[in-house]
Design a protein around this ligand. Structure first.
Ligand code: B12
Ligand code: SF4
Ligand code: SF4
Length: 294
């Protein structure tokens, strides 16, 4: 191994923030002055955290542990991968112009929101690839299970789920908690996209300060919120939680053809989910329970 560095956590964090700030992919396709994402949050999980094994029952047996993910990508036997594995997880907070535009919507996503879903995810993939290369150049094996072509998506009676759930990875890294709407509430709120990389590198795990998987959501701490229930145009969110199948069916039911999606939104794919539950809500850009803790 070569190029060993001191304080890899600080180096990796700086590299991710600088990449997102400078990348031309973070400039809106329609307006050079607007960006998709503000400065990322970056934290780390221990690849041997028992939570990753628990995800095999919480999500499904196909959900990969960090060791399995790295073993698969390196095409090696599990014993040939170094003992210490860390997971790097980041949150890309959605910029204000996009959040503001989606606040005005009541039925379908704003153009900026659907651009963030489509073009913003292209930037997220570039971050994934960049982090893998950066860590490999430091001399450590690294892989990205969330990349298209690598990640696998399955269905059960509750709806879609993947073999690498970025939100569950972010939860393990202490970046926030789930919520009534299923969205993941961080210190920068629920309106974000997230990503992660696994590496055979020794980085101390970030503290997981949340006391439970839902404790950043107001409904789970004082029962007085439920604003996302009213925001959802498909009735997918109730006091009991989020119905993934209803959510996924919603835009399909509007019946837009791929050609209409292209002409209305200028994106090349059916836009899944409208994200109205992530804007004009108390958790949009902050952890709304923080004020209660003061
Ligand atoms: C499949 C999928 C969908 C499906 C199903 C969503 C879902 N809830 O799983 C559909 C098509 C409906 C969908 C819709 C949307 N999606 Co989507 N989707 C995904 C994808 C590809 C996989 C998600 C997955 O594997 N889920 C696994 C299942 C099991 O998770 P779950 O049901 O939410 O998990 C619950 C239980 O596990 C529960 N739980 C129960 N017990 C316990 C115990 C513990 C300890 C823990 C931790 C949890 C837990 O907590 C969870 C919440 O209730 C991810 C990308 C990725 N690779 O992660 C993006 C992703 C989840 N989507 C994202 C987004 C932004 C959206 C939309 C807003 C669309 C849009 N872009 O406008 C909507 C919002 C829907 C919503 N209200 O959450 C973001 C979420 C970011 C965020 N802010 O939360 C992701 C992470 C993409 C990304 N790279 O950023 N999506
Ligand atoms: S709007 Fe309220 S109930 Fe819904 S996820 Fe946000 S904090 Fe929780
Ligand atoms: S993405 Fe849209 S349809 Fe799905 S839960 Fe949120 S508001 Fe409802």
């Amino acid at each position: 191994m070569s190029n060993r560095v001191n304080n890899p956590a600080e180096n990796i964090t700086k590299e991710i923030k600088s990449f997102v700030a400078k990348s031309p992919l973070n400039r809106m396709a329609t307006s050079d002055k607007d960006i998709y994402f503000d400065e990322p949050l970056v934290q780390f999980a221990d690849g041997a955290d028992p939570l990753f094994n628990e995800y095999k029952s919480i999500i499904g047996p196909t959900h990969l542990t960090p060791r399995e993910a790295l073993t698969l990508s390196e095409n090696k036997n599990p014993g040939d991968i170094p003992a210490r594995i860390s997971v790097i997880s980041w949150i890309l907070p959605i910029a204000e112009a996009t959040r503001k535009s989606n606040r005005l919507e009541t039925r379908l996503p704003s153009r900026y929101w659907s651009h963030t879903r489509y073009y913003g995810e292209i930037l997220n993939d570039a971050v994934r690839n960049h982090v893998v290369e950066f860590i490999q150049k430091m001399g450590y094996p690294a892989a990205c299970p969330g990349l298209p072509g690598v990640i696998k998506v399955f269905h059960n009676e509750k709806g879609m789920y993947s073999n690498w759930s970025e939100r569950h990875i972010a939860y393990a890294a202490g970046l926030g908690t789930f919520s009534l709407s299923d969205g993941f509430i961080t210190e920068k709120g629920i309106a974000h996209r997230c990503g992660s990389v696994v590496a055979a590198i020794d980085i101390p795990a970030s503290p997981r300060t949340a006391t439970g998987p839902y404790t950043n959501c107001l409904s789970y701490v004082n029962e007085k919120c439920g604003v996302c229930i009213k925001r959802c145009p498909s009735g997918a969110i109730t006091e009991k939680g989020h119905d993934k199948n209803k959510c996924q069916e919603y835009l399909r039911s509007i019946g837009y053809t791929p050609q209409q999606v292209k002409s209305e939104y200028d994106v090349n794919k059916t836009v899944l989910g409208c994200g109205l539950c992530q804007t004009k809500v108390p958790c949009e850009d902050k952890n709304p329970t923080k004020k209660l803790k003061k």
